[in-house]
Design a protein around this ligand. Structure first.
Ligand SMILES: NC(=O)c1ccc[n+]([C@@H]2O[C@H](COP(=O)([O-])OP(=O)(O)OC[C@H]3O[C@@H](n4cnc5c(N)ncnc54)[C@H](OP(=O)(O)O)[C@@H]3O)[C@@H](O)[C@H]2O)c1
Length: 225
């Protein structure tokens, strides 16, 4: 199984920080630049971490069973729509339906998540894909998503912790970085790649640089090694 091509697409300050609510610019304005770039890249769907998706739906306590259980994925009907994929390894998010702004929701869970929670998500038409006993098998989950839905190109849309986990696992093929003319300056603000465990720097090759609205610079890089 070949996994989809992954492009990490983010809008950041010059110092690589992500907390857009701190910037002296409206979110609508940022979204216009951000979404226009996504449209140009024509992905089959997008990916976020649990924390970022928590801005769009309720969250609660983890929904864990007694032990990891190897189970088949539950694949819903996309009806030709794009995919919105969220990595929520302990089952904390509480989506209310499978449609997310016109995209089909796919929840990626660890094998520790309870069968009751999986059945509930599937009853809403949401697709469920497993990512190993502890949620660390990102590559396996992506390969099965590619095979089940026939998708070949996905954008990874943060935040920094899921981006960092993907980068560290060698799962980012390209980066797409919109640098807004702002310096955040505050230490500890979430950064574009924020892996908690040991990792190594990666070498990039510049593919293109263009200037967008409001002085935003759009850099695209290929990840070499
Ligand atoms: N400027 C931008 O373009 C942009 C884009 C997106 C987000 N953001 C901002 O970034 C911030 C959130 O970033 P974040 O880094 O805190 O959160 P995140 O990357 O959205 O989510 C991190 C969570 O993903 C879950 N996860 C599942 N599998 C994982 C794995 N293998 N490795 C690591 N995590 C895994 C974990 O949840 P559990 O601990 O529950 O397992 C982890 O805590 C928000 O403030 C958001 O607004 C900015």
């Amino acid at each position: 199984m070949t996994r989809p091509h992954i492009i990490c697409h983010m809008i950041t300050t010059l110092d690589g920080r992500l907390a857009t609510e701190r910037w002296p610019v409206s979110e609508d304005r940022l979204l216009q630049v951000y979404d226009a770039a996504v449209e140009e890249m024509q992905p089959d769907g997008w990916i976020t971490g649990r924390e970022t998706m928590g801005h769009y739906m309720a969250a609660g306590e983890p929904q864990l069973g007694t032990a990891p259980e190897n189970r088949p994925d539950r694949i819903g009907d996309t009806a030709g729509r794009g995919l919105g994929i969220c990595f929520d390894r302990t089952g904390r998010l509480r989506p209310e339906g499978e449609d997310l702004d016109g995209d089909h929701l796919v929840m990626v869970l660890s094998e520790r998540v309870s069968q009751a929670h999986v059945d509930h998500l599937a009853s809403l038409g949401i697709s469920v894909v497993f990512s190993g006993p502890e949620g660390a098998d990102l590559a396996g989950a992506l390969a099965r998503i590619g095979a089940a839905f026939g998708v070949t190109r996905l954008v990874l849309e943060g935040g920094g912790r899921i981006n960092g986990a993907f980068l560290s696992a060698g799962l980012i093929d390209e980066t797409s970085t919109l640098v807004h003319p702002t310096v955040d300056g505050q230490g500890g603000v979430p950064a574009i790649y924020d892996h908690a465990a040991d990792t190594r720097p990666r070498t990039l090759e510049l593919m293109s640089v263009t200037t967008r609205e409001d002085g935003v610079v759009w850099m695209r890089h290929r990840v070499l090694s």
